[in-house]
Design a protein around this ligand. Structure first.
Ligand code: FUB
Length: 309
């Protein structure tokens, strides 16, 4: 029976390419990729960089909507179109172009898109939730952003014990709070993660592997530097975390940001990240890339060197 299953899988499932062709999204800018596996496909929820139609000072990090993409070989991606636009979000500034790095998770048969956006009522970012019956929508945003959360770059960690923790970048660091089961409110007062190195950090992506928790994040490790990807490990979701080092170095050609997610698909781990491949003179128009990632026997991560093409 095992042999039969293996043979059927080998015949039915396309084999994954041994090297990815980067960038993977080639007809639009895409950044801050969160990849998630739902069923037998990988779904990619990136930000969507555009050249903003509004004043030049708002051209940095201009994003009006989200697309979702899916693939079963990580090479060919289907664009399922726009799943949420800033104008659909009741609490967001509809001309803010600040639909930044999202995440999407499944919980009790529904899909929860977590996204930051500029607030209509005051300066700064809130984090909102939109729900859908499928990974590709249609997503309906809640009327208000999450209470008690101000910041960007949400990531939901769902543990093997059935708890959920929201991580985000805010209050000058990386912040975490356990979520209530309704996925509409925090179950506790947010805490800033301690034990991480000095230097600017954002874009938390947390995951669990073999009973250990990984908190991974873009990190500017030196003055006038650009973002590396770094990580810390812990035996519990909220820490204490121990800093472990870099997953990816700074790029030599000065795209200031990097932002990533890590996912296991058909037994192999992958790092999704971004770089300004298609916009070498303006690093706010970025493109999503993917490369394989591996772990040492002690659970630490082997540094990833970007595939050049
Ligand atoms: O894409 C806008 C911002 O740039 C994200 O929120 C950050 O993580 C950085 O990638």
């Amino acid at each position: 029976r095992v042999l039969w299953c293996a043979l059927t899988a080998a015949l039915l499932l396309p084999s994954l390419p041994s090297t990815a062709q980067n960038p993977v999204i080639r007809d639009q800018y895409s950044a801050d990729p969160t990849a998630r596996v739902f069923g037998d496909r990988v779904y990619l929820y990136p930000s969507h960089d555009i050249i903003s139609p509004v004043a030049p000072e708002r051209r940095w990090f201009a994003m009006a909507d989200y697309h979702v993409f899916s693939s079963n070989d990580l090479a060919d991606w289907t664009d399922h179109g726009v799943i949420l636009d800033q104008k659909q979000v009741p609490w967001a500034n509809h001309e803010g172009y600040a639909m930044w790095a999202p995440d999407c998770v499944e919980h009790q048969g529904r899909y929860y898109l977590l996204f930051p956006s500029g607030l209509a009522s005051e300066r700064g970012f809130g984090i909102g939730i939109a729900t859908a019956p499928s990974p590709i929508g249609p997503f309906t945003p809640a009327a208000k952003p999450l209470d008690g959360v101000r910041g960007i770059d949400p990531c939901m960690l769902q543990t093997s014990r059935g708890e959920s923790y929201l991580f985000w970048a805010g209050n000058g660091g990386i912040t975490v709070a356990r979520m209530n089961d309704d996925y509409q409110s925090l179950a506790e007062t947010p805490k800033t993660i301690a034990g991480l190195p000095d230097g600017f950090k954002e874009g938390p992506f947390a995951f669990e592997r073999n009973g250990l928790f990984y908190l991974t994040f873009p990190w500017v490790r030196q003055k006038n530097g650009t973002e590396t990807l770094a990580y810390a490990m812990s035996e519990s979701p909220e820490g204490p975390y121990t800093f472990k080092g870099l997953i990816m170095d700074e790029w030599p050609d000065k795209c200031w940001t990097n932002h990533h997610s890590i996912v296991q698909y058909r037994g192999q781990w992958y790092l999704f990240y971004h770089h300004n491949d298609y916009s070498p003179t303006f690093d706010k128009c970025r493109s999503v890339r993917v490369d394989s990632l591996s772990f040492r026997p002690d659970g630490t991560i082997v540094k990833v060197h970007p595939t050049l093409r």
